[in-house]
Structure formats: C-alpha cells, structure tokens
Design a protein around this ligand. Structure first.
Ligand code: IPE
Ligand code: IPE
Ligand code: MG
Ligand code: MG
Ligand code: MG
Length: 298
C-alpha cells in the first residue's frame, strides 16, 4: 500500500500516476486540431514537481479517499496550473522563454497557440471534475465550484492581475501576502481540499485542519518560489533565474530580504502543521510534504 512507502517513493508513485491520468484525459496529438493537442501535452506532461497532485493525494489519503478518484482531482488541478504557467510565461506577462527545462509553450509553438492551450486546459479541467459518475453529484458540484473560485478573478487569475499591476511598485507585506495568497495560494488550497472532497464521508474537523494546513503551505510555497528565483540557478530551476528582479517585481525577497524570507517560510511551515498535531501518524504524509515544499531547492 502507498502508506508504507517512504516519502520520495510515495511522491514518485503519485507523480507517475498523475502523468498517466493526464495522458488518459488529454486528446492524443494525432487528433485534430493536432497542433493544439500537441501543445497541450507539451505544456502539461513530462515535467513539473506535481506539488498540487501530491497535495491532493496526501489530503485524500488523510480522509481515506480512493486513489483513483483523487487522480481525477489531481489531474484537474495540474491542468489549471499548467495553463497558468503557459499564460504566465507569455510576452504580455512575465516574458519567460524557459519552463520546466524546455522552451516555454509560446516559444515552442506560438502566442496564439499558447493562449488556446490555456483556454483548452481550463475547460478540460472542469470537464474532468464533471466526469459522469465520478462521485456523488453533490460532491462533484462542490468540487467544480471550489476550483472555479480558486482559479478565477477572486483566486489565481485575480492574483496574476495584481502581480502585473504591482510591477515597479513597493508593496507592504500585507499587500504582498494578499497577492501571493491569490496567485498561488488559492490553487494550492483547492488542490488540498479537492483531495479531501474525494472521500465519501466529509469530516468537518479534518477538513478544517486541512484548510489551515493548505492556506499556510500555499503561502510558504510562493515565499520559497521568490527565494529560489533570487538564489538558485536556471539549470536547477528549469526556468529563468533572477526573472523577478529583471521584471521589477515586488517579492518576499525584495520586501524582507533573504534571511527574513527564509524565516517566514519556516514560520508558515510550523503554522501549517500545527492543526495536524492531533492526528498522529495519519498526518505524516502531509507533514513530509510540507517539509518538501518549504525546504526544496527547485
Ligand atoms: C511555479 O509552480 C509557479 C508558481 C505558482 C510559483 P511550480 O513550482 O509548482 O511549478 P512546476 O509545476 O513544478 O513546474
Ligand atoms: C506564477 O508566479 C503564479 C502563477 C502562474 C499563477 P511566478 O511568475 O512567480 O511563477 P514562475 O516563477 O514564473 O514559475
Ligand atoms: Mg508571474
Ligand atoms: Mg513567472
Ligand atoms: Mg516565481
């Protein structure tokens, strides 16, 4: 069983099953329109840490959900995430040529294709959550609603709008936190809660603990992303290092400096795992994953 694996083998297993779920759910490249399908696959498969899929599975396991159901939720969130990266890299946004160690989607294909990849991945994510007979319909509707809110103007897309409006500005820590909670935290939170929604029985106390965990780890994730942008190199990241400074973006590093930004990531980690303390061994995977997110080097 998955729960017997050590963290890195567990993660590898989830990454592989996420890859095959995405492969199953996305139209083959030979199906028309072939360029669009090829580009969707290019942007979604064969890369990424799959942190959102890992969160969905860790949360789902915590709530005793069936792994095959969690695969669908995990794939849906990874589709939204991949779409957000494709658009994030476009010249009208961060103008980044490298993603996951390969040319960004708009460089490998073209701008119009990259736009359409985002459109189509977004639709496919909701199509996936709405798959007939996946779960009790009430749960599926809640899941669609949750992912829609998390990815829309009050979630990821809104956060991206704030990010672009903040270029060259000096934000307060509260304003920066607001931006990060939306552009990154919202989808991380949704990934976690979607995993728990795959369970047949919803335990309010558990869901609440997971929500606290997810909100803190979601913010920690973007704090670490900002730190890595400033500290790591392009080869390790698989995306252009130093891009935030080049683009004049306010980040946790510009506001707090590296040392305090790292301390904040640790604080957020502690706050994330505190609500799980009552659950003993059952929370081990979630805690290991929080450690991975906070201490990763890529
Ligand atoms: C990068 O996300 C964009 C942010 C929200 C910070 P990830 O670091 O999860 O990217 P992949 O999926 O591993 O490539
Ligand atoms: C991206 O934030 C957040 C979303 C894509 C929603 P960043 O612009 O910091 O992500 P990277 O560093 O390019 O991956
Ligand atoms: Mg960006
Ligand atoms: Mg970017
Ligand atoms: Mg970044």
């Amino acid at each position: 069983v998955l729960s017997d694996l050590d963290f890195s083998n567990w993660a590898k297993n989830i990454q592989e099953r996420t890859e095959s779920a995405l492969d199953r759910l996305m139209p083959a490249s030979k199906i028309a329109p072939t360029k669009l399908h090829e580009a969707m696959r290019y942007a979604t498969m064969g890369g990424g840490k799959r942190v959102r899929a890992l969160l969905a599975h860790a949360a789902g396991e915590f709530c005793s959900a069936d792994a095959a159901k969690i695969d669908m939720a995990a794939a849906a969130v990874e589709m939204i995430h991949a779409y957000s990266l494709v658009h994030d890299d476009m010249p009208c946004m961060d103008d980044d040529d490298l993603r996951r160690g390969k040319p960004s989607c708009h460089k490998q294909f073209d701008d119009a294709t990259a736009l359409l990849v985002g459109d189509a991945l977004q639709s496919l994510a909701f199509q996936t959550l709405a798959t007939p007979n996946l779960l009790p319909e009430k749960h599926q509707l809640e899941m669609v609603h949750l992912l829609a809110v998390a990815s829309g103007s009050r979630g990821m897309a809104g956060g991206q709008a704030i990010d672009l409006a903040s270029v060259g500005q000096t934000l307060s820590q509260t304003e920066l936190e607001y931006m990060h909670i939306h552009k990154t935290g919202a989808l991380i939170r949704a990934a976690t809660l979607l995993g728990s929604y795959c369970a047949h029985h919803q335990d309010q106390t558990r869901t609440h603990a997971l929500d606290q965990y997810a909100q803190n780890i979601g913010l920690a994730f973007q704090v670490v992303d900002d730190i890595l942008d400033a500290e790591a190199d392009t080869a390790t990241l698989g995306k252009t290092a130093g891009k935030d400074a080049d683009n004049n973006k306010p980040t946790y590093v510009t506001i707090l400096g590296l040392t305090q930004a790292k301390a904040l990531a640790q604080d957020l980690y502690n706050q994330a795992i505190t609500p799980l303390q009552n659950y003993g061994n059952q929370a081990t995977r979630l805690i290991e994953l929080a450690q991975f997110i906070t201490n990763r080097g890529f």
